[in-house]
Design a protein around this ligand. Structure first.
Ligand code: FMN
Length: 345
């Protein structure tokens, strides 16, 4: 099994504006094993745009998956070649994003209505690169019945040679709901994902949607009626409470390691941030905005968040802001200690 296939067991989801390279570097300090996804990048952007900015990443981020958006097989094949040259471990095709902009370009979740086209896209990318190609999809869209739409979609995609699938276990409504509402309003249906695994037992399948923490991840990886999923993918929980990633290598991958201490993570970010700040136009907040949730639930978390939010936007903000914020968690005020006690009571 390649590193990227093994990493399917736990992934941090692709999230636009969130899982940029700084975020991934930060997450990687807490788990060596999880697959880290990029934000979705469209094939035309890669072909015509600033490739270094769109695709550049740090070697420490491996295993890292580049998520592509698009629906033109030739364009996707060309973009896949470029992605492969950058050294990514896997390419994922977005068939789950519901936003209007994406729908007008005929990609994202609207592709669930076009399984033949998705199969052509997968085949074209497979023809262009040796990397594994995966697909992330919903269980259905609009008023289609998921138990009818999803198997028809998967049949074609599996036949086209996809290496693995991640199923976001809720429908997308392409009209009438915002992308944000599309992540909360349509109900979750985990059972259908287990049913798909029963139907395609040799196809690696990961489940996504509403997974709150590592306890729930572990529970979803347990077999149900003889069927076990191959992985879980966490989006918002991983981003908003990133310290949970510090348990992943031990609890999900079974490694004999200690959980990662969030204080050590901040210290380990310092050299990375110092390097970033030397780049022209770089700002502290471009990196630390991803770290705001690191101490959630601990005394001092509120000051950590406030100091970073307020002080990191100034153009000359440097590591002293990070150290000041860390100090607020190391030595929380008595008011914060009491309110954290109340919150955890
Ligand atoms: C801010 C944000 C941006 C997202 N961007 C993408 C994206 O680029 N590609 C994608 O496939 N899904 C995207 N998603 C959906 C997530 O990958 C994931 O499927 C969804 O949030 C459900 O998982 P969760 O409940 O663990 O957050 C995004 C979600 C959020 C919150």
């Amino acid at each position: 099994m390649s590193t990227s296939e093994a990493a399917l067991r736990f992934s941090v989801a692709p999230m636009m504006e969130w899982t940029d390279r700084h975020c991934r570097y930060f997450h990687r300090l807490m788990t060596k094993r999880a697959a880290l996804f990029t934000e979705m990048v469209t094939a035309p952007a890669i072909i015509h745009g600033d490739r270094a900015r769109l695709l550049g990443f740090d070697a420490a981020e491996h295993p890292v998956v580049c998520q592509l958006g698009g629906s033109d097989p030739a364009q996707l094949a060309e973009a896949a070649g470029i992605v492969a040259d950058f050294g990514y471990d896997r390419i994922d095709l977005n068939c789950g994003c519901p936003s209007d902009r994406v729908r007008s370009g005929r990609f994202g979740a609207s592709l669930m209505e076009e399984p033949d086209l998705v199969a052509d896209c997968v085949a074209a990318m497979r023809g262009a690169v040796a990397l594994p190609i995966s697909v992330k999809c919903r269980i259905g869209i609009d008023d289609a019945e998921p138990r009818e739409m999803l198997p028809v979609f998967l049949e074609k995609v599996v036949a086209a040679g996809v290496a693995s699938l991640t199923i976001h276990a809720r429908k997308a409504w392409l009209q009438g709901l915002s992308p944000r509402e599309n992540r909360t309003v349509p109900p979750l249906d985990y059972d259908i994902v287990f049913d798909m695994k029963r139907r395609w037992p040799t196809m690696p399948i990961a489940i996504n949607g509403g997974i709150a923490d590592i306890d729930q991840s572990v529970a979803l990886l347990e077999p149900r009626e003889g069927v076990a999923l191959d992985g879980v993918m966490l989006g918002r929980a991983a981003y908003e409470t990133p310290a949970i990633l510090g348990q992943v290598d031990r609890r999900i991958f079974g490694e004999a390691v200690e959980d990662v201490d969030p204080f050590a993570v901040v210290e380990a970010m310092e050299p990375y941030i110092a390097r970033h700040l030397e780049e022209p136009g770089a700002k502290l907040n471009q990196v630390v905005r991803h770290m705001l949730g690191l101490f959630t639930g601990r005394p001092g978390a509120r000051s950590w968040r406030r100091i970073l939010t307020v002080k990191s936007i100034s153009p000359d903000a440097g590591l002293e802001v990070l150290r000041e914020a860390l100090d607020a968690v190391r030595r929380p005020s008595s008011a914060e200690r009491t309110s954290a006690d109340r919150a955890s009571a």
